[in-house]
Design a protein around this ligand. Structure first.
Ligand SMILES: NC(=O)c1ccc[n+]([C@@H]2O[C@H](COP(=O)([O-])OP(=O)(O)OC[C@H]3O[C@@H](n4cnc5c(N)ncnc54)[C@H](O)[C@@H]3O)[C@@H](O)[C@H]2O)c1
Ligand SMILES: [Fe+2]
Length: 343
């Protein structure tokens, strides 16, 4: 709204004589109150369709409003998997970040309390139409491009090693997504005006979204959520902070799969034939990438108290919806050790 991105859409709606109203108060990691306020506006205006325009926060809010405005269910009743019963209004999603892939997932994430987030997973949350227009992402600041791009890469990596529902289709999507994202994230971040790199990132994030819509994400996301909810660290950066450390923990079990991903994006000379070595090469590649993108790499830099790590580990355990998908079982003491490694 502030940088004028909505203008083209508003002009198009006006020219097509489609009456509309805008809800523009969505904040990053939207709390329940924002969803309720957007819903109230939609009901009052008696809208007959929803367009979600923005990053994952805006699209997730729009998805929920489209559902709740039609089905009348209370938001609190539909958290979890397949709890929503009703139908939704027609829904178009237009991402302006290349990250969450929310435009192609059946997921919406809401901040439910001071330190908690919850997800609604329901097939009704898939839109009728998703529009990918990379020009909308040209003005995305470097740090947002980097963080949201890492989020998309994590979607591809976690889908590829998901303990549940990993399949040849999700593998194909994850592999293609990771290749596109890895090849373009540096250019998109450091030379944000490059449209081709922006297009590759937007398409890569969309494919990664489809990958994890089929084979769900796991411990990187589970350990990222408490960072977001306790410290208001944005979603992509939360993921980035724990990514190498979760992968190193998983490597004992997942090394052969990480080795397959390494072959796609790490120079052959560093991969070799040994899966453990190749897995470490992938992790090292990601650590170097995070540094190149100038994202903070430690929890210490984020002013997190070391004494708070056990609280984070305890809260990560609440994300069983995600942890069950991890290739290696994560116990509370493991989560704590991962946070300590990330410190
Ligand atoms: N539904 C899903 O499948 C799914 C998956 C992963 C994450 N999420 C959720 O999505 C949210 C994160 O979404 P996100 O990473 O896209 O960030 P975001 O939507 O929170 O946006 C981040 C910031 O970038 C700004 N912004 C967005 N587009 C811009 C543009 N083109 N130019 C300039 N600024 C722009 C926003 O105003 C905001 O300040 C979290 O709530 C997370 O939990 C959802
Ligand atoms: Fe994510």
């Amino acid at each position: 709204m502030q940088i004028g991105l909505l203008q083209q859409l508003e002009t198009a709606l006006a020219q097509s004589q489609v009456p509309y109203c805008c809800y523009t108060d969505v904040v990053a990691d939207p709390p329940e109150a924002i969803v309720e306020a957007a819903l109230a506006q939609a009901l009052q205006a008696k809208v007959d369709g929803i367009i979600g325009f923005g990053g994952g926060s805006s699209m997730d809010t729009a998805k929920l409003v489209a559902l709740l405005a039609c089905s009348g269910e209370p938001l609190q009743q539909i958290y979890g998997v397949d709890q929503a019963q009703g139908q939704r209004l027609p829904l178009i999603l237009i991402p302006t970040t290349a990250g969450t892939g929310s435009e192609v997932t059946a997921v919406a994430i809401v901040t439910t309390g001071a330190t908690t987030k919850a997800g609604v997973v329901a097939s009704q949350l898939l839109p009728d139409v998703a529009v990918l227009d990379a020009e909308l992402t040209l003005g995305l600041p470097a740090h947002v491009t980097a963080a949201t791009g890492i989020d998309a890469m994590v979607h591809a990596i976690e889908a590829y090693t998901s303990a549940h529902r990993k399949n040849p289709y999700s593998d194909m999507l994850a592999r293609e997504a990771l290749c596109l994202l890895a090849a373009n994230i540096r250019t998109a971040t450091h030379e944000g005006h490059q449209l081709q790199a922006r297009q590759a990132m937007l398409f890569g994030a969309c494919l990664a979204g489809q990958a994890f819509a089929n084979a769900p994400v796991a411990a990187v996301h589970a350990l990222a959520y408490p960072l977001g909810s306790h410290y208001h660290i944005v979603h992509g950066l939360s993921n980035s902070l724990v990514l190498p450390h979760v992968l190193r923990f998983n490597s004992r079990v997942a090394a052969p799969l990480y080795a397959e991903l390494a072959e796609l994006i790490v120079p052959q000379s560093k991969v070799g034939n040994d899966p453990e070595r190749a897995s470490e090469a992938l992790i090292h590649y990601l650590e170097t990438l995070i540094a190149d993108l100038r994202l903070p790499a430690t929890l210490r830099e984020m002013n997190i108290e070391e004494s708070d790590l056990p609280n984070l580990a305890r809260d990560a355990m609440l994300q069983q919806r995600l942890l069950v998908n991890n290739p290696r079982e994560v116990l509370e003491q493991d989560a704590l050790a991962i946070y300590q490694a990330a410190y």
